[in-house]
Structure formats: C-alpha cells, structure tokens
Design a protein around this ligand. Sequence first.
Ligand code: ADP
Length: 796
Amino acid sequence: MKGITTIWLRLLVFTVICCQASVINAQPPGKTGMQDGLVDLRNTDLSRQPVSLNGNWAFYWKRLIVPGDSLPSPTAFIPFPKLWRNTTVNGKKFPDIGYASYAVTVLLPPHTNQLALQVPDTYTSYRLFVNGKELAEAGNPDSIAKRAVPKWLNRTVELKGTTDTLRIVLHVANYWHSKGGPYKEMLVGDFDYLVQKRDIGFAFDLVLTGCLFMGGLFFFGLFLFGRHDKAMLYFALFAITYSYRIIGARLYVLHSIFPDIPWSVTVHLEYLSLFVSVTFFVLYTRMLYKEDSNKYILGALVWACLGLAALVIVSPPAVFTQLINPFLVVMFGVIAYAFVIYIKAMRNKRVGASYALLSSGVVFLVFVVINLQYFGFVQPQQGILFAGYISFFFLQSLIMSFRFAHALKQAKQQAEKALGAKNEFLSTMSHEIRTPLNSILGMTHIILRDNPRKEQKEQLEVLLFSANNLLAIVNDILDYNKIEAGKVNFEAIDMDLPAIVRNLFSGLRIAAEEKNIDLRLHIDPLLKQAVIGDPTRLSQVLTNLLGNAIKFTKQGYVLLDIQVKEQNDQAVTLKIKVTDTGIGIAPDKQQLIFEQFTQADTSTSRNFGGTGLGLAICKRLLELQGSQLQLQSTPGKGSVFYFTQTFPKVIKSNQSMAPASNELPPEESKPLSGKCILLVEDSEVNIIVARTFLERWGAEVDIALHGQEALDIVDPDKHAIVLMDMHMPVMDGYNATRMMRQKGLTLPIVALTASLPRDVEERIRETGMNDIVIKPFVPEDLYKTVLHYTGVFRTD
Ligand code: ADP
C-alpha cells in the first residue's frame, strides 16, 4: 500500500514537472513588444522551436473580409486565440453562433530555412489567407449558414518564398457547435520541424489506437473462448471504444486520414465513444471488485453516462456538445470512486488490486492533464499522454491477466481436489466391493472343491466367472484411474519371460479350450537370458491382449509370438505380437478402441462383455515405458496387436532362466498339518473363507478379531505365521504388526488386504510385514504364500 502511494506520488510530481516544461516550450521565445494587429518576431530565432502567434489580432465580427493590402477597420483588437463567448468588446460578449475574420501582420526575422504555419482546428470551420493567397481551409466558413460546412482539421502549411512579412487573414464560422471561434494557438516555425512534429504526433496516436484496439480484441477473445468473465468483456469493450478517442479527438488524426467523413458523423462518434467507454469502465470496475463496490453508486454513474450517450444520439451537436461540463463532473466521480474501490480491494487483498490502484492513479493524472490542456493551461508533450495511456492500459491488462491466471490456478486446484476426492472414493469403493467379492469367490472355490454335482459345478463356474469378471472391472477402473493420475511406478526386477508367459497361458487355457480355440505360443530361441522389467505390468498387458484375442475369436487360433529384434550384451529388444483369427476391427475403429470406455461396436459389450478400458490401460502402460501398442486388423479375418520393447539383460555369470517352479504339493496331501496359523480378521465371512481353506490344507487356525486380541494371543512357539487383515476395529493391522515387531516377534506376518497392493505396499512393508495377499484372494496365491513362509515349500 505504502509502495503504491509512493509510486503514485512520484508519478504526480513527474507529470507536473513535464507539463510545466511543456508549458514553457509553448511560450514565444524572445518576442518583442505586443502591438495591436502585429506580432513582431524579428528578434526571434525560428530555426529551432516553433513560436506561437498569440497576440492582439484585428477582429471583424460578422464580416468575412477580403484579404489585401488595405484592410477595413476592425470591430476591435482582441487576444487570439479566444472563444467568442469569452471575447468581450465594450462589455459585450459574442454569441457562439456566427462568423468573423481575424487579421494579423507577422514580422519575421531574416531566415534561410523553409517556414510553415501550423493551423489548428477551430470551432467549427476556417479558411486561411497569407499575403492575399488562400493557403488552407477546414470545411467552408461562409456567411450563409446553408452554404457553410463544418470540419475539424489541423494543417501544417508551407510558406513558400523568403518574405519577411506575413499578412494573415483567418475566416472562422460556426453554426453547429455549442462553442464558436478559435481556441488553439497558431504556430510559425521551421517547415521540417513542424511536419516532423505533426508526424510524430500522428504516429503516437496511431500506435496507441492500434495497441488499445488489439488489446481490446485480445481480451474480447479471452472472454469468448475463456470463462466468460464479464470483467474481461467490459474491459475489452472499454479498450475498443476508447481506442476511437485517440484518433477521433485531440489531434484528429482520423479526420486528416479520411477528410471526407462528414463532421456530424465524427462529432457524434467522438462524444459517444467518450460516454460509452466510461460506461464500460464503470461496469468493468464493478465486475472486477463486486464485493468492494456499492452497486447503487456505480449504477448511478452508469445511468448518468448512458443518459449522456442517449442525448448524443437524439440531439444535434449544438445541444450535445454542451454536455461536456456535466460529463466532467461524472468522470471525476468515476475516477474518485474507482480510487475508493481499488483501495478497499487492496485492503481486502483482491487479485491485482495494487495494479488497479496504480492504474487509476495514472488515469487520474491523464485526466487532469487532458483537462488542463482542454482549458488551455498546459500543452503537454505528446510522450506524456502516450506514456500515461500505455501505462494505464498495461496495468489494467495486468489485472486481467492476473485474473485469468488466477482463475486457471483455481480451476487447477479444484480439478486436483476433485481428482483427489475421486481417487479416495474409488479406493474406498474398491475396498468395499472387493471385501464381499472375497467371500463370493472364496466360497465358490470351497464348494467347487467339495465335489459338487455336475449341474451344480456348472452353475458354480458361472458364478466364479461372473465374480472374476466383476473383480477385473473393479481392478481396471482403479488401474486406469491411477495411470491417469500419473501414479504408476514400474518395477525393475529380474524376470523370466518364458515362465511368466507359460503361467499366463495356464490361466487362459481353459477359456480357449472352452471355445475350441488353439492357444499357441512361440518364443524366439534367441531369448536365452533373463531380463529386467516389471513382470506384473507386462503380465497385465499380455493378459489383456490375449484375453481380448480369445474373447473376440470364434474359431481358429490365438498366437503369442515373442521375437528377438535386436540384442547385445546389455539389452534385448523384443517384438511381442498377439495374433488372432477373430472378428477383426473395422479400419475406422482402429484408433478409437484405444480410448477409454470405447468399444468397436455398441453391441460388443452385449455380446462379449467388457468396459472398453483394457486397451486404454495397455496403451498407457506401454507408453509410460516408451513403447507403442500397434494394431493391424482385417474385419472378418483377425487382428494383430503388437509392440516392441527393450529390456536390459540380467548381468550375472551363468545366469540362465530357471524355470519357475509351479509344482506345489497337492492340497489333498494336507501339507500344513501340524502348523498353527493365527488369523487376525474381523469379518465373519472372511474368517469362514480363510479358515476353510487353511484347515483343508491341514493347518490349525487360531482367530483374533482385532489387532489387540492378536497381540494378546500371539505365541511364536505355537504360531507358524500370522495372517493379518489391515482394517479392523480396536486396533488395525498396521499397529498390531508394528507392536509385534517392537516386542521382538520375528515370525512371518502376511497382510490380507482388499486395498490395491500398489497403494498400500510401501506402508505395509514399513510396518515390518513380510508379504501381502490381496483379497479377494485366488486360493493358489494364499496357498503358495502360506507354504512359503511356513517353510513347507520354498517357491524361490
Ligand atoms: P473391452 O474388451 O473391455 O471392451 P478393450 O479396451 O480391451 O475393452 O477393447 C476395446 C474394444 O476393442 C473391444 O470392445 C473390441 O471392440 C475391440 N477389440 C479389442 N481387441 C480385439 C480383438 N482381438 N479382436 C477384435 N476386436 C477387439
């Protein structure tokens, strides 16, 4: 706040100094004496600064005199330039409507350079004669109103020849505007200098207009294609309407470029653009800081501006040009109130409020300077107004940019929050769905092992199939969610590719046999060494591709082909191909099926089931490992899904791929006889499922319903292993394990959890557990793990 005030004060001082400087610039240097009808510049140096021709000029009211050597005697000698309403002769003021001539003789110093006159616009038409010759005009100042034409034009007129005396006659007429007569000073000076000054002025105005206009369009675009932020819209409209004022007022650049535009059009536009742009500014301020502004005050200001704009539309220039004074009051109100709002906004730490305050400081200065200029107190240098305008719009644009960026940031945060909530929700749902699925799957397995009747066996298999399907869907959704959230980490461990593939095949064989499909495997004999990779993820991809191939093939075969493309001592590049002779995929669907939740045909899910997630997951998983899943397919003939992936080789001497040992002892041999297992589990159904299996395998089972009970009854001499659920009342599995380890117990503890392993693995391992079995568990997994940790059968 303090910083802003200091900057603002500095700006104020700087502006005042610059304006002061420009006032001095406008003074006629070295002018000697002031005589009626004469401006004596004989001792003035005209080679540098131009000099104003201010002085007492001969004034002829209601006469358009013919220039010549002998002029008639004037109505009076009056100061030039001065509006008629401010001109007093014999105590009488002149009306705004009428016509008059002005005459002056200018004595020039000896000069060699080309001189020129800079003739400003007057209210509201003029014609200039110098030494009897007509040199410039703006409109047609005529004594008959009907023939007269108004126009505002600044002209730089070259004075040809080297004459030392200028006899200037100026006709001025006004029938249209609320003010009449000349009001800007006429200058004489070096031709090149004046032309250059004019051109620089025009250039400044054109550049500024371009900036404002383009800036306005830019923000308009942001409004249209962005969040439809009304503040942005009003700022855009403000910048666009105000841009007209830069070329359509003051120096009247527009009028010089297009001299044929009728004056009545430009004067309407000039006033309209002023009133309308301020309306937009007020609306913009309101939208920017709604909480800090009073809607009634701003509403009153808007209606005041709109009222003035409406008057411009319905009344003639003679009427609406009188509105400028009431408008200045409104404008002052707008700036003052904007100040108040911005200060409040700053106190309330709103987005971009400090820039708003700074910019309103700047606009206030611009406003003061323009008004001082308007009332003839200063002639500010072009650069000052330019800098003022540019900084104002720059600061306002900064606010807009801040707002935009802030909105994006907020949207991002919200999205992240929503994503977090979604993940949380999915994780809970997963847990909740997987827990009952554990009982369904577990019980089905148990009954299947109890020699059911033939038709019961078929029904149980349908049940098992559907429950597994449901589990696969839950897992897919969770997995996809994790991949999208970028939360996948890939393992880099030794893996025996042929063993993995053979394992997969043993799982898929039943499905293929049921459909009478030949399931073929071909592994390049060149693949001799174990490789490093993520076996879980690779299995996931292959299971999906093979599963699809079987699913979408009615007859023929499904082939998994692993070819060595390249290899050296360090790495091997494999091309892994899944070929089927199935229904194939139409060319226009071949891209689409890789998107999430899309299937080649809407009837697919009815006929074959599935969620349309599998391929999306495979594609993302491979992409994350730098590989591309590709497809060649002919409808009716079959499909080939393939990818190429490079795996580092396991560098170990004599490393050969040991076949994974699958030869577990048969369940019937009750390999766990004599072992006691502590099962810590709160869910009754889960207890029944786990206990049934464990007892079937010969184990004795002790039950604890929560962590505390487990702590009380655990006995390392008795228990060979603890199977620990994680979510339990009283004390959860994490705490129970931690405390058992603190007590110095080293017996194996295996987590039984319905959460996804990758979500909880780290935490589970940190607590000191040896392994995880995921619920719903595949009986073989539990069997293998328990045998392994009880030392009955080592699987590694
Ligand atoms: P899902 O199989 O669960 O529907 P996927 O993402 O695995 O989801 O597959 C998307 C779609 O791609 C499938 O529904 C099917 O239309 C098509 N598709 C995938 N694999 C094959 C294939 N081997 N043969 C024919 N169509 C396939």
